[in-house]
Ligand binder design. Structure first.
Ligand SMILES: Cc1cc2nc3c(=O)[nH]c(=O)nc-3n(C[C@H](O)[C@H](O)[C@H](O)COP(=O)(O)OP(=O)(O)OC[C@H]3O[C@@H](n4cnc5c(N)ncnc54)[C@H](O)[C@@H]3O)c2cc1C
Length: 422
């Protein structure tokens, strides 16, 4: 385990910024420097390009990047989900093929899990993969695919054996998006952005060498991805002051990195960070509402929830490190709890933003009050309780795995998928 103290991490990140930050260099060069200094996704193990740091240690890097007002490392689902999943389940050859281009932001990934008939019941997915020599032929439809229109690769789960029970016949692929047979259609949300897409896959091909975690083991690998997703949603995103999009298709790589200062990503508004807490307090003061007892109470509650989330994460990390028995419900359901707490914080922030902004809450865009940040948070607030598995499903998991309650009734887990009603 690495033993760098927060002060040491602050110093090394600060020294890196002093030597390397230059708003005039292209995004790809800034990210290459960050990646070669191993200041990106530092919780990854060392043989996957990280430092094996704890979440708390990683947060220090992100905080320094934000405080020094420089653009953060590449974000997106490659960094949040694909890299740690690949580091956990892939071969060393696959790690070397895929992870470096995630860390330096030159390739982007999307998550091809949900289907029109398989969201909460993800294991009911019907996209099929049929073996053809050294390749698999994939046919099916995915939906709600965030950043699918900008992705070079997809984390794809497909059914490779319909005669096995539904959780067993699934395989996880690193799926090349740029090929005939893949059509990506954007879906526009009420924020005005088109974050997610429908993806139609007709006899697309993927080499057998791109199977991650072994044939038929896709449910286990997908659960690793979902665990990182829940923890990521609950733990906040990225770092730095400003976000650029990874991958060739988004077109940010060759633009000056200084152009992205202060820019925000769509998903980043779903995690209430220090910037939002500060903005709410500042707006309340500026609008003469800081003495309003309802607003004061709301702000205090929000700060308490935020502190509780941070302390819970720290406590759980300390328990894991020391091998002590987890207190309360922690065992195995930390990510589920963190995601539900994130919703509570987000809704508290949304309601407060409405109270503080009043009619200005209805005016969106970068030239609106708060540069449209709080308004976008209000419009985006229904999304985080849904993605990464809905909060209802998180509660089911906590009930069953954390509290040992009986499982929901349903068909036997041994019934072959082909015999289940569709
Ligand atoms: C902004 C956004 C981004 C997304 N990005 C991606 C992505 O990149 N990749 C991807 O694969 N997916 C993505 N999703 C999809 C997301 O994972 C699914 O929407 C989610 O899992 C719910 O599935 P569903 O929409 O099919 O709803 P359903 O499963 O049909 O659920 C409908 C309602 O029924 C409730 N419900 C269902 N089953 C149960 C149960 N057993 N117990 C209690 N209540 C239940 C649900 O909580 C929900 O309220 C995204 C979603 C959103 C909103």
């Amino acid at each position: 385990m690495s033993t760098e103290t927060p002060e040491q991490i602050e110093d090394l990140t600060g020294a890196f910024i002093d030597e390397n930050w230059d708003p005039g260099i292209p995004v790809r060069k800034w990210w290459a420097r960050l990646a070669s200094a191993r200041l990106v996704n530092t919780t990854l193990p060392e043989d996957a390009g990280g430092r094996g740091w704890t979440g708390a240690q990683a947060t220090v890097v992100n905080r320094v990047l934000a405080d020094r007002r420089v653009v953060g490392p590449p974000g997106g689902l490659g960094m949040l989900l694909a890299a740690p999943t690949i580091a956990t389940h892939a071969t060393q050859e696959q790690i070397e093929r895929w992870v470096p281009s995630i860390l330096d932001g030159t390739e982007a990934w999307c998550q091809l899990f949900s289907e029109p008939g398989a969201g909460s019941d993800l294991a009911g997915l019907q996209t099929k993969a049929v073996r053809d020599g050294d390749e698999w032929v994939i046919t099916g439809q995915k939906v709600w695919t965030s950043h699918g229109h900008e992705a070079d690769w997809g984390m794809l789960i497909a059914r490779t054996d319909p005669d096995l029970p539904k959780h067993q016949g699934i395989t996880y692929f690193g799926f090349p998006m740029a090929q005939d047979g893949v059509e990506v259609r954007p879906l526009t949300e009420m924020t005005g952005r088109a974050l997610f897409n429908e993806v139609f896959i007709s006899e697309a091909r993927v080499p057998d060498a791109n199977v991650i975690g072994g044939r038929g083991n896709g449910w286990r690998v997908a659960n690793t991805t979902l665990t990182f997703e829940r923890a990521g949603i609950g733990g906040g995103h990225g770092g730095g002051f400003g976000v650029a999009a990874p991958g060739r298709i988004a077109g940010h790589l060759d633009r000056p990195v200084g152009e992205f200062l202060g820019k925000r990503g769509s998903i980043s508004v779903g995690a209430v960070g220090r910037r939002v807490l500060h903005l709410l307090s500042e707006e309340a003061r500026a609008r003469g509402k800081a003495a309003d007892p309802v607003v004061r109470d709301g702000l205090a509650q929000l700060h308490i929830l935020h502190r509780l989330a941070a302390m819970t994460t720290k406590r759980q990390a300390a328990e894991r490190r020391s091998g002590r028995a987890p207190s309360g419900l922690g065992a195995g359901v930390e990510g589920n709890l963190a995601k539900i707490l994130n919703t509570k914080i987000l809704h508290q922030a949304r309601d407060l933003a409405g109270q503080i902004l009043g009619p200005d809450a209805a005016v969106v865009g970068h030239d609106a009050a708060t540069e449209g940040l709080l308004q976008e948070l209000i419009l985006f607030s229904p999304a985080p309780p849904i993605y990464g598995g809905t909060d209802e499903v998180q509660r089911n998991v906590i009930g069953e795995r954390g509290l040992g309650l009986p499982k929901e009734p349903g068909p036997s887990k041994d019934t072959p998928f082909s015999e289940l009603p569709k």
